[in-house]
Design a binder for this molecule. Structure first.
Ligand code: GRF
Length: 201
């Protein structure tokens, strides 16, 4: 049985598109059932629709609290019988209750080699530090920001003439590779999570 996946986005949605494209393969162990954006201006919504994927927009200001907002999203995901959630450029911190409800079922992509450079502006900070290597990480989501068992990482060398944009472009290419591969590994049950570590099953 294929796993039913929802993707949470806030913007461009290029990682979302990489997941949608991967899932078009008949042998891929997951189907993308729904894309939810917390911004009605997110370009990714149009991209998802162009692939015939259902989309919903849920706006924080229509709720009294982060908890009510996340509870609403959780209910939608339950109604659609979602098995796995991918956060792909989703610029909102998930509440602890939401993470607990979906424990070990949320996968995030982050543009750094975690645990270095959690949070925003990862490429700028790596350049400012004179780091020689950076990259991207997929991980299982825990309540603490950008933390949780690591699924995959890919690295890239930082060259002397790199700036924030060139670095972001190089890392994004890797993101588009490891996110679909990570979802594939999780959806097919090839990996298990023991304590805080992801292991081969
Ligand atoms: C990606 O670099 C992702 O790792 C980060 O935000 C960016 C989102 O890009 N969290 P996109 O919306 O997937 O194109």
């Amino acid at each position: 049985m294929k796993k039913r996946v929802a993707i949470l986005i806030s913007g461009r949605g290029s990682n979302m598109e990489a997941l949608i494209r991967a899932a078009q393969d008949h042998n891929y162990p997951a189907t993308i059932e729904l894309v939810i954006s917390n911004k009605d201006s997110a370009l990714g919504l149009q991209v998802a629709n162009s692939y015939g994927i259902d989309t919903k927009t849920v706006i924080r200001k229509n709720f009294n609290s982060d908890q009510e907002f996340d509870d609403h999203i959780s209910n939608i995901l339950l109604q659609v019988q979602i098995d796995i959630i991918c956060t792909a450029g989703y610029m909102k911190i998930l509440t602890k209750k939401f993470v607990d409800e979906w424990m070990n079922k949320i996968i995030n992509i982050h543009p750094s080699l975690l645990p270095s450079y959690k949070g925003l502006n990862t490429h700028r900070r790596a350049l400012e530090d004179g780091a020689r290597v950076t990259g991207c990480t997929t991980h299982i989501v825990r309540a603490e920001l950008d933390s949780g068992p690591i699924i995959m990482q890919e690295s890239v060398h930082i060259e002397k003439d790199d700036d924030e944009d060139t670095l972001a472009a190089k890392v994004l290419k890797l993101e588009h590779r490891i996110f679909p591969e990570s979802l594939q590994k999780i959806a097919s049950g090839k990996l298990i999570i023991k304590d805080n570590i992801v292991l081969e099953n």
